[in-house]
Design a protein around this ligand. Structure first.
Ligand code: SF4
Length: 365
């Protein structure tokens, strides 16, 4: 049986991890640009799914689709794919490939869903040390998985659970030794090693960073951002002492405490301003994410977010996003609010001056 992986740029890190996991079970997921072989695997987010659904439906091969969109909207995906993998794929995908290889249906396997068989409950949650983050196909080093916060727009806790799991320092160091530049994946870099994931464990963070081989370490910047209330003098000191990055990337999401409460961010605007001050003292450039378009946002809330943006761009940059109502999240069924013209105009000027990047108009229009 020839099993292949449909290359999709945004899913390249999932490919690296699943290539390694499938290899452990004796399957080589060869990369392809069109469906071929006997079984074609996809990992899709909610933006990519519409682009690939016709290809999946028309494929002559057995199709398996996983990833954030498949996990959250499995019924929709099962209408076009033969099998849907829900949640983490490291064990479920090789199990499914093994079942198909011996000519049986994988429809009753845990974590698998099909159009006719429905969805089977997941029976496990993987230990990160149980699977390498990559082997032959290189990817970022995933240091933690799962998130104890419940931001209303985010799929992460639904996909990976609300308990943070961490890869051991030894395994991270081993993976980093393959790179000159070490970059990491985690929902919150400064939560590495923390048992509840809600407060930084500075000792464990320092032990990790001090143990790294002779890498350029990029920590707290893309693709491993942090939360604002984790930006403290101790955590930024570690970045300055051990890391190559001179930027620190964190999500503020709104300049209004009312909105922060409504979207369940579990931090305040004051935490964001404190993080900006700490970055300035540490000499780190803040890169801050904000979102417009929450349906319960008022004109005043938008003005408050604009005021926050103006403050950030004094010493850093802002990535502006428009709300995407992703399936599986609390805000999945809302209609995003269009930005008011006065704020839109100022954002346009700031973008022309290179102070902000991103898009703040509803992408689903
Ligand atoms: S946005 Fe970040 S902190 Fe919030 S739930 Fe998602 S991963 Fe966790």
């Amino acid at each position: 049986m020839r099993s292949v992986w449909r290359y999709i740029h945004t899913a390249r890190n999932s490919y690296a991890a699943l290539y390694a996991a499938c290899e452990t079970y004796g399957f080589t997921l060869e990369q392809v640009d069109v469906p071929e072989g006997d079984v074609v695997c996809y990992s899709l987010n909610s933006i990519e799914f519409p682009r690939y659904k016709d290809e999946i439906a028309a494929a002559d091969q057995i199709t398996i689709v996983g990833g954030p969109h498949a996990s959250a909207a499995w019924e929709e995906v099962a209408r076009v794919a033969d099998y849907v993998v829900i949640g983490e794929g490291e064990r479920t995908l090789p199990r499914l490939l093994s079942a198909l290889e011996i000519g049986t249906s994988g429809a009753s396997l845990p974590g698998v869903a099909t159009k006719t068989g429905g969805r089977n409950k997941i029976d496990h949650s993987i230990r990160l040390d149980g699977f390498p983050c990559f082997t032959r196909i290189k990817g970022y080093i995933e240091i933690s998985r799962g998130c104890p916060f419940h931001c209303g727009y985010c799929q992460t806790p639904h996909l990976h659970g609300t308990k943070m799991r961490h890869r051991s320092r030894e395994e991270i160091v081993k993976a980093a030794s393959h790179y000159r530049d070490a970059r990491f994946v985690t929902p919150n870099a400064f939560a590495y090693g923390s048992i509840d994931g809600k407060t930084p464990d500075v000792e464990k963070l320092e032990r990790l960073l001090a143990s790294m081989p002779n890498n350029n370490i990029y920590f707290g910047t893309f693709p491993c951002e942090v939360r604002p209330e984790f930006v403290t003098q101790e955590t930024t000191d570690l970045v300055v002492q051990y890391c190559t990055n001179t930027k620190l990337h964190f999500g503020a999401q709104s300049g209004s405490n009312t909105i922060l409460t409504k979207i369940g961010r579990d931090h305040t605007l004051e935490d964001v301003y404190a993080a900006l001050d700490i970055c300035r003292i540490a000499g780190l450039e803040p890169i801050v994410d904000v979102i417009f378009g929450f349906p319960f946002e008022t004109d005043e809330d938008e003005e408050a977010t604009l005021a926050l943006i103006r403050e950030v761009v004094r010493s850093g940059k802002v990535h502006v996003h428009s709300l995407m109502p992703l399936p599986g999240t609390t805000l999945s069924n809302v209609v995003p609010r269009e930005i008011i013209p006065a704020v839109d105009r100022v954002l346009g000027k700031l973008a022309l001056n290179g102070c902000i990047t991103g898009t703040w108009h509803n992408k689903f229009d």
